[in-house]
Ligand binder design. Structure first.
Ligand code: SF4
Length: 376
């Protein structure tokens, strides 16, 4: 989430707003939404005053170099800032439903909190309603979204109602879907196109449970995956490439191929060096160049069982040449950076690059090696 400095009209209150250019306000205005006109001049502000005098009290103004028309924001009134929760021009779009979680993963990039944050659900619904643009894909993440129970279904239906062309991707540990009742509540006759992104870190309970630091999680996640399959929901398995996982990755991939052949794809993901990953650095910091053979064996297993796979959050030069074609640009725009060496690399436009916090933590491979000839 970006935070940008902004000057706001005196009457701007807390709550979600859509930013709009003054000439487009008439076309976009709806009584149950809130609008901030992007204004740079006294004339534009006086037009906003005229709207308000005419009774359009859901219209106000914002002045900021860091915002764009179509942004959906929350004003942080006392700080002269706004939080940008949705930007149409971004490549990736996601909304966070809660900070709470029932796992405690070794490399969690966003350590969970216990506080009641039900307001985040309403905020998400408000953002969805204020989005003028329907993204192709909208991620819903946490914390753990399934902790919302029936409210998760409400959010999914809200996206389906307001943005019927959008596919939702729910990032969840899947554990609570071990419950047949909750599975029915959330999945039965779900019309919103949804893909479930579920992490799996081992092919035995002690392996997975260690990584997610939650006894019993493996059994629950497998049960949850089977329930997703029972409701014909597409599943992407997510595997973060930290040391305890890389040590068993080929066996895990063979297990997936043999036992979970229904999964749509497997995403092999670079670790974000932030949050708990920094505290567990000895387990999370790896140089992927040292693991090329492991990655190649794992890829061979997935290919043998015809399970599609991809790499996310991994720069191309950290992968063996034959696997570079499977890498995706996956890092959200606002946290994506490149090393100075990347400027002359021929594959930069196809490369994931790095998280902004790689400079403070570590990179997926110690050496950034610009590529002079594309293999993808
Ligand atoms: S040098 Fe930079 S742009 Fe090129 S592959 Fe490596 S990280 Fe990507």
């Amino acid at each position: 989430m970006r935070r940008v400095k902004a000057k706001l009209g005196d009457t701007v209150a807390d709550g979600v707003c859509r930013l709009v250019e003054v000439d487009l306000l008439a076309a976009q205005w709806q009584p149950d939404l809130r609008f901030l006109v992007i204004s740079a001049s006294d004339e534009e502000r006086s037009r906003v005053e005229q709207f308000r005098t005419a009774g359009l009290l859901n219209v106000d103004w914002i002045e900021s170099d860091g915002v764009q028309a179509g942004d959906v924001i929350v004003p942080l009134v006392n700080r002269d800032e706004v939080a940008v929760l949705h930007r149409p021009s971004d490549q990736h779009h996601s909304l966070q439903l809660t900070n709470r979680c029932n796992s405690y993963c070794l490399m969690c990039s966003q350590p969970p909190t216990q506080a009641n944050d039900e307001w985040m659900v309403q905020e998400t619904v408000d953002v969805v309603r204020h989005m003028a643009h329907s993204p192709t894909v909208l991620g819903l993440s946490g914390g753990e979204p399934l902790l919302l129970g029936a409210k998760l279904r409400d959010v999914l239906e809200c996206v389906g109602d307001w943005h019927p062309e959008t596919r939702v991707e729910v990032l969840t540990n899947g554990r609570l879907l071990a419950s047949a009742d909750l599975s029915r509540l959330i999945l039965d006759d779900l019309q919103t196109p949804t893909t479930w992104l579920v992490p799996l870190y081992g092919h035995a309970d002690f392996l997975h449970d260690f990584v997610v630091q939650a006894p019993g999680a493996y059994e629950q996640t497998i049960e949850g995956l089977l329930n997703l399959q029972a409701y014909r929901q597409p599943v992407q398995l997510r595997i973060v490439l930290i040391k305890p996982v890389l040590e068993i990755l080929p066996e895990l991939c063979a297990f997936i191929g043999r036992n979970l052949p229904f999964v749509k794809e497997v995403s092999l993901m670079g670790c974000e060096p932030i949050g708990f990953a920094l505290a567990n650095r000895e387990l999370c910091e790896v140089d992927l160049v040292d693991w090329h053979e492991t990655l190649q064996r794992s890829a061979r297993y997935l290919s043998r069982y015809a399970v599609p796979f991809l790499f996310m959050n991994v720069p191309l030069c950290a992968l063996p040449t034959d696997l570079q074609q499977y890498a995706h640009r996956s890092i959200s725009d606002w946290k994506n950076v490149y090393a100075p060496e990347c400027d002359t690399c021929v594959v930069k436009s196809d490369c994931s690059g790095f998280f902004a916090w790689h400079e403070r933590g570590w990179k997926p491979s110690k050496t950034v090696q610009l590529i002079k000839e594309s293999t993808i």
